[in-house]
Design a protein around this ligand. Structure first.
Ligand code: NAP
Length: 290
């Protein structure tokens, strides 16, 4: 039995769809959900619904019983997910899960000095706990989703251009759906025990190159400006962007600039058996009709 957590979210749901596409029968797939009303589609597909919450240890123990392979999708609550994921790993171990696959994060810098230490810390702690648990593990080092770029660019990007203090370092952002497909491939094939994979694109691309792609897509000049951090923070503050978002945007931009998301590995391509979706193809899909 395979169990996928975060099954009402984008990554978990996409992974389940790929499992079904690969011929795994729905009755061999379980989905951890907090709220069944959000899981009508999963129910229709015949997926076993297990009610559970990372904050409720007993619910996880109950949900994970009989599971061989567990895809633990990292929680979105960066403040509380440290202890939530401790619960999930302990519960998996208690009931005898054989293989745990965890969606971690691509990074170069494990130290507190990382501009994204606020989210990397819990991933690093969970990786350590999983490795010490004795269960077979696979760590997926997910690059920054291409899907998040429109959020960083803002809704008016085709009018205003890209304004982000991310410098000109290249990154290997990858499509969330491609990473989910790779996760499904890992769940359905052998030889992934005690391995770490960098789920990063094969191509590395700079924000300047992304602006050039947008220029071609929009048929007009889209500029990229990489201001000093303090200018960026000041501009967002004056635009009344909430402080937590400013911190997150500037942290990610600085991480891009420092090369946290640049990658030279072809793990994602190998797991997919094809080239991952390029930034250009993703941008075309998102911005063509606008
Ligand atoms: N690499 C990247 O660029 C990137 C970007 C964003 C996020 N992430 C990470 O990747 C994960 C998956 O991404 P995603 O796009 O699928 O996120 P998502 O759509 O927000 O899905 C998150 C899932 O986690 C579930 N969840 C939240 N709190 C929970 C709890 N206490 N107990 C059990 N389940 C809980 C949610 O359930 P409900 O539907 O009940 O809320 C949802 O199913 C995120 O959670 C985050 O850790 C990575």
């Amino acid at each position: 039995m395979i169990l996928v957590t975060g099954a009402t979210g984008h990554f978990g749901k996409a992974t389940i769809d790929f499992l079904l596409k690969e011929g795994i029968s729905a009755n061999n797939i379980s989905a951890l959900v907090r709220d069944v009303t959000k899981a009508e589609d999963l129910k229709t597909k015949g997926i076993n619904l297990k009610i559970g919450d990372y904050d409720n240890y007993a619910s996880l123990v109950e949900a994970f019983k009989g599971v061989d392979k567990l895809l633990l999708v990292s929680g979105p609550d960066v403040v509380n997910r440290g202890k939530q994921q401790v619960n999930a790993v302990n519960a998996a171990k208690e009931v005898g899960v054989k293989h745990i696959i965890y969606t971690s994060f691509e990074r170069k810098n494990d130290a507190e000095t990382s501009p994204i230490a606020f989210l990397a810390k819990t991933h690093i702690e969970t990786e350590k706990q999983i490795k010490a648990s004795g269960m077979a593990y696979t760590i997926l080092k997910n690059n920054l989703y291409l899907d998040t770029l429109p959020m960083f660019f803002g809704e008016q990007v085709l009018e205003t251009g890209i304004f982000l203090p991310a410098g000109n370092t290249k990154s290997a952002f990858a499509l969330r759906n491609d990473m989910a497909e790779a996760a499904a491939n890992i769940l359905t094939s052998q030889g992934h025990e005690n391995k770490e994979y960098s789920l990063s694109n094969t191509e590395n691309i700079s924000l300047q190159e992304i602006a050039q792609d947008l220029t071609a897509i929009a048929g007009k000049q889209i500029n990229y400006v990489s201001p000093p951090q303090e200018v960026y923070v000041d501009a967002l503050t004056k635009a009344n962007v909430p402080a937590e978002y400013i911190g997150m945007f500037s942290g990610f931009a600085e991480a891009i600039k420092q090369g946290e998301f640049s990658a030279k590995k072809t793990d994602l391509e190998n797991l997919l058996g094809r080239k991952p979706t390029t930034a250009k193809a993703f941008l075309k899909e998102v911005y063509t009709s606008k």
